[in-house]
Design a protein around this ligand. Structure first.
Ligand SMILES: [Mg+2]
Ligand SMILES: [Zn+2]
Length: 184
């Protein structure tokens, strides 16, 4: 694990989606429910020197609450919105399975991290996982990334019960991005 202030530039940032980038209304998938949280655009613009990814659990697909197509429609809209603001998401990784499906891609499992590591030659030890849930923090820790909890979405109410402590806790993604940008 790197020491803070070691002036090593962050390689990738793996972002959770719902509750971290956009408002989590619960199995959010309708275009009209897309609301990017305050400060997220400005924050991610600070991280334009990092490779940005989304890793998201979407069990609503497996549960039959919405289809894969609906997921893509919503996600494409989100990514386009970011893109219009000069923010590039290199790839969105998602798990469509139910929690009990026994798949290998649902967070906190690290398949998506490892896939990105291989495909894009990411140095996971110089990368962050940012999210609002314990499963985000757990995935990041297991993958050898630095972990950051945002107190938006789920994190706000539940983080005191986390068994695994995140490396950094911030109020929102803007604060987190500022922290990472200041490490340069
Ligand atoms: Mg989340
Ligand atoms: Zn899965």
């Amino acid at each position: 694990m790197l020491k803070r202030g070691s002036c090593i530039v962050t390689d990738a940032v793996f972002l959770d989606r719902d509750g971290t980038i956009n408002k989590d209304t619960g199995y959010v998938h309708k275009p009209e429910d897309l609301l990017i949280l305050p400060g997220v655009i400005k924050g991610l613009q600070l991280l334009s020197y990092c490779k940005l990814f989304i890793i998201t659990n979407q069990s609503g697909i497996g549960r039959g609450y919405f289809t894969k197509e609906e997921f893509f429609t919503f996600n494409n809209l989100l990514v386009k919105n970011l893109n219009d603001n000069n923010i590039t998401i290199i790839e969105t990784y998602y798990c469509p399975h139910k929690p009990d499906a026994g798949c290998d891609c649902r967070k906190p499992r690290i398949k998506h991290l490892k896939d990105a590591e291989k495909k894009y030659k990411i140095d996971l030890s110089r990368s962050y996982v940012i999210g609002d849930q314990a499963s985000d923090i757990e995935m990041g820790r297991k993958g050898g990334c630095k972990t950051m909890l945002v107190l938006t979405g789920h994190g706000e109410k539940h983080h005191k019960n986390f068994t695994l402590k995140p490396d950094i806790i911030v109020n929102n993604l803007y604060e987190g991005a500022e922290f990472i940008a200041n490490e340069r």
